[in-house]
Design a protein around this ligand. Structure first.
Ligand code: GDP
Length: 507
């Protein structure tokens, strides 16, 4: 069953066209449902009512977290990577729950900062990437220029899978390099002009470009792609729906089915009969007074059935999963079960934490679910200095839940919180007040980022001798270097070759 699943995410910089492409993928895939629009019949009706009840009563919107569509026997699970102002550690963590990704690049802009950050997270786990160079209906940069930028900046082999025939005003269509078919942006849907061999002529300059491209770049190699070393590149226009169906075909044909997941006791294969999964994201109620949460579990192995008892690694005793949100609940047969690669939303009151493993026999612990180095650091200042204890408890709780990270400096008494997105700081302040009755403000910290330190005791104490001002402990007591800048990190890494400055920490 799991061979038919493709669980993936789209990584891009804001405005590159992720939303437009998502819509087109869902449309072309004949989306089963968007946001809980499950067909209202039989079991499926129950699924929908659960869903809406949860959304309304708990004020939690799970609307676009997972979007599922089906095409030619393949089930696609598209996981949303929140961007823009809601960019957070969740955005990164979602990438630990996918088997592959589509990288969308604006043809006029090339690789932008957020694309690059998200790409680096994919690289950590060798997540294979298909590149989609979007907006070729507008004037963009030269194709070679864009391909070379991907290759150079990301240190990836690139392989063209299609080629635009002109761009902007000159845009005439897209040539699929494998089938040699040309599709043109005419009529209600795309129109095939036939193949080059059948006599479709290409403008001289395009024919020349193609010759160069085919000679200059490696040919597609599925193993290199799946190993994360090569990215096939498609050109298209999400807005005009060009090259989108080729993209879906590419995911169906090349993208890996659910991958085995590393655990403390070795790798767990998807066809393992025991139901196992891990929590990669916890969404809290919009209303901070309610402790209701939805935990998103990626199923790793086994067939999940509604009502099943699973034991969360953080709790030790089993919970019955009675009202899971099954994102692909499109019909009677499927509404009550899920397969490896699928995502299940589990309503709970704060018992499930990011990084938890859930399993039937409670013997598996998944690894490879890292914390990511914060990109924004702030000092926490108490309004009422007698509330230190409450603050510490709150910061420990919230960091365990994955809302923030907390660092306790070796020198000085002001604790530092770290996040990767601004919105997390607002969430922190309002939850401190509502749930812990702690009034606090945030102040600028003299640090820009943090790195977990790894090395021998000697290397660590030698380093500490000269850098006490910049040392802190995280919630688990592990040593952290608080850096003034990325430059500072590189500088210290060079001077201290016996230490490793890690941008992620495995839970
Ligand atoms: P997101 O921020 O990555 O989700 O980007 P959106 O999908 O919201 O797109 C940003 C803007 O680019 C919108 O105005 C879109 O209409 C436009 N856009 C997206 N895809 C294309 C495309 O293929 N061609 C053109 N010309 N505009 C596009």
């Amino acid at each position: 069953m799991s061979q038919t699943r493709r669980t993936f995410a789209i990584i891009s910089h804001p405005d590159a066209g992720k939303t437009t492409l998502t819509e087109k993928l869902l449309l072309q895939g004949g989306a089963i449902h968007l946001a809980g629009e499950v067909k209202a019949r039989g079991q499926a009706r129950r699924a929908r009512s659960d869903w809406m009840k949860i959304e309304q009563q708990r004020g939690i919107s799970v609307t676009s977290s997972v979007m599922t569509f089906e095409r030619e026997g393949i089930t696609f699970n598209l996981l949303d990577t929140p961007g823009h102002e809601d960019f957070s550690e969740d955005t990164y963590r979602t990438l630990t729950a996918v088997d592959s990704a589509i990288m969308v690049i604006d043809a006029a802009k090339g690789i932008e900062p957020q694309t690059r950050k998200l790409f680096e997270v994919c690289r950590l786990r060798s997540v294979p990437i298909i590149t989609f160079i979007n907006k070729v209906d507008r004037e963009g940069r030269a194709c070679f220029d864009l391909m070379d930028e991907v290759a150079d900046k990301l240190a990836l082999d690139v392989c063209p899978m299609s080629w635009p025939i002109g761009m902007g005003g000159q845009f005439q269509g897209i040539l699929d390099l494998d089938s040699r078919k040309v599709s043109r942006p005419e009529g209600p849907s795309r129109e095939f002009l036939g193949t080059v061999e059948e006599g479709v002529t290409l403008p001289d300059d395009v024919a020349e470009e193609l010759e160069l491209a085919e000679a200059g770049y490696p040919t597609f190699d599925i193993d290199a792609y799946r190993g994360g070393d090569l990215t096939p590149v498609f050109f298209g226009s999400a807005l005009k729906n060009f090259g989108v169906s080729e993209l879906i075909d590419a995911i169906a044909r090349f993208a890996p089915p659910p991958r085995p997941q590393p655990s403390e006791a070795g790798t767990i294969e998807p066809d393992n009969a025991e139901v196992t999964g891990f929590i990669f994201k916890v969404q809290a109620n919009m209303d901070p007074m309610h402790r209701d949460r939805i935990a998103f579990m990626r199923l790793v192995s086994g067939t999940f059935k509604r009502g099943m008892k699973l034991t969360p690694s953080g709790l030790g005793k089993p919970i019955a999963v009675h009202s899971p949100i099954l994102f692909f609940a499109q019909d009677r047969e499927l509404a009550d079960s899920a397969e490896p690669g699928d995502i299940i939303g589990i309503p709970n009151h704060g018992t499930l934490r990011v990084g938890d493993t859930l399993s039937e026999r409670n013997q598996v612990r998944f690894t490879g679910l890292p914390n990511f180095a914060p990109e924004i650091l702030r000092r926490v200042a108490l309004k009422d200095p007698t509330k230190t204890k409450q603050l510490r408890k709150a910061l420990d709780d919230l960091s365990e839940e994955g809302v923030i990270q907390v660092f306790y400096p070796e020198i000085g008494s002001q604790w530092v919180v770290g996040v990767v997105g601004q919105l997390q700081l607002d969430v922190l302040i309002s939850r401190l007040e509502a749930e812990y009755k702690v009034g606090a403000t945030l102040e600028a910290a003299p640090f820009d980022t943090a790195r977990w330190l790894k090395g021998t005791d000697k290397a660590l104490s030698d380093f500490a001798e000269f850098n006490k001002m910049n040392l802190a402990r995280d919630r688990d007591g592990d040593p952290v270097f608080m850096a003034r800048s990325a430059w500072d990190v590189n500088y210290q890494q060079e001077r201290n070759p016996d230490l490793t400055f890690c941008a992620t920490k495995e839970r």
